[in-house]
Design a protein around this ligand. Structure first.
Ligand code: KIV
Ligand code: NA
Length: 264
């Protein structure tokens, strides 16, 4: 695998090649996942839950993100590295630029922001100053208390239209990648067709340009509530690398996610 860039991700969308992304938070897993063929690694603020044991992502700081971004970057050579901007770290374009700089200096190639058209100016400023941006729409976990829980978004027609509107606005502002989380598959398919940038789904069906999973879910390490859209790839593999090779292959072939992992 040659080095993955924004240009390569864009070319993959054009060619209809599916993008496989997974979270990682340290060098050991970053190296293994890259060897297994993942194109992009996300240092998700999900680390608040899976590493820190909190019940939301709201406590994660820019310093936490910078630390884990550096760990991942040190273990990775070819994968495209996306780091989450944590809760309240991008409330203004100026604040976003200062905090994104810390993540880029730690090794991120791109930063991810949760939210819609109100982030347009922030997206444009970051991009102008050299930081590519990934959007995140649908179930945006930093807004868990606004939603009243981690639930499917965009089920009603008016909600679905809103999500489409925000996707268009973010693309116009300059995002180069979009994550759609927990939305009905037909909506994710529409948005993936509508946008010219790659759309990465999680709980968004198979008709996006790629998939992302939290590594603990993909390896069946999550105890307690396991979301419907995840799959334990380790169960039928001998080791972690083989498990993630299977994930990459199933994403490429359009076999994961199946209907049982999706919402219609
Ligand atoms: O924090 C995270 O792991 C994420 C993915 C679930 C998309 O944002
Ligand atoms: Na996140």
């Amino acid at each position: 695998m040659s080095k993955i860039t924004t240009a390569r991700l864009q070319a993959m969308k054009q060619a209809g090649e599916k993008i496989a992304m997974i979270t990682a938070y340290d060098a050991t897993f970053a190296t293994l996942f890259e060897q297994a063929g993942v194109h992009a690694i996300l240092i998700g603020d999900s680390l608040g839950m899976v590493l820190q044991g909190e019940n939301s992502t709201l406590g994660v700081t820019v310093d936490d993100m910078a630390y884990h971004t550096r760990c991942v970057a040190n273990g990775s050579d070819k994968a495209f590295i996306v780091a989450d901007m944590p809760f309240m770290s991008y409330s203004s374009p100026e604040q976003a630029c200062a905090n994104a700089a810390a993540l880029v200096r730690s090794g991120a190639h791109m930063v991810k922001l949760e939210g819609g058209d109100w982030l347009a100016e922030t997206v444009t400023q970051l991009t102008r100053q050299g930081v590519p941006v990934c959007g995140h729409l649908g179930l945006t976990p930093q807004s868990v208390h606004v939603f009243g829980g981690f639930k499917l978004q965009g089920r009603e027609a008016d909600q679905a239209e809103q999500i489409k509107h925000h996707a268009r606005a973010l693309e116009a502002a300059g995002i180069q990648l979009l994550v759609l989380e927990c939305v009905p598959s037909p909506l994710a398919a529409d948005i993936s067709r509508m946008l010219s940038i790659p759309v990465i789904g999680i709980g968004a069906g198979a008709d996006t340009d790629g998939q992302v999973l939290v590594m603990q879910d993909a390896l069946g390490l999550t105890s307690g509530y396991v979301p419907r859209f995840t799959k334990n790839f380790l169960a039928n593999s001998g080791n972690v690398k083989a498990a993630i090779e299977t994930y990459v292959a199933e994403v490429a072939a359009g076999r994961f996610p199946g209907p049982e992992h999706s919402f219609n």
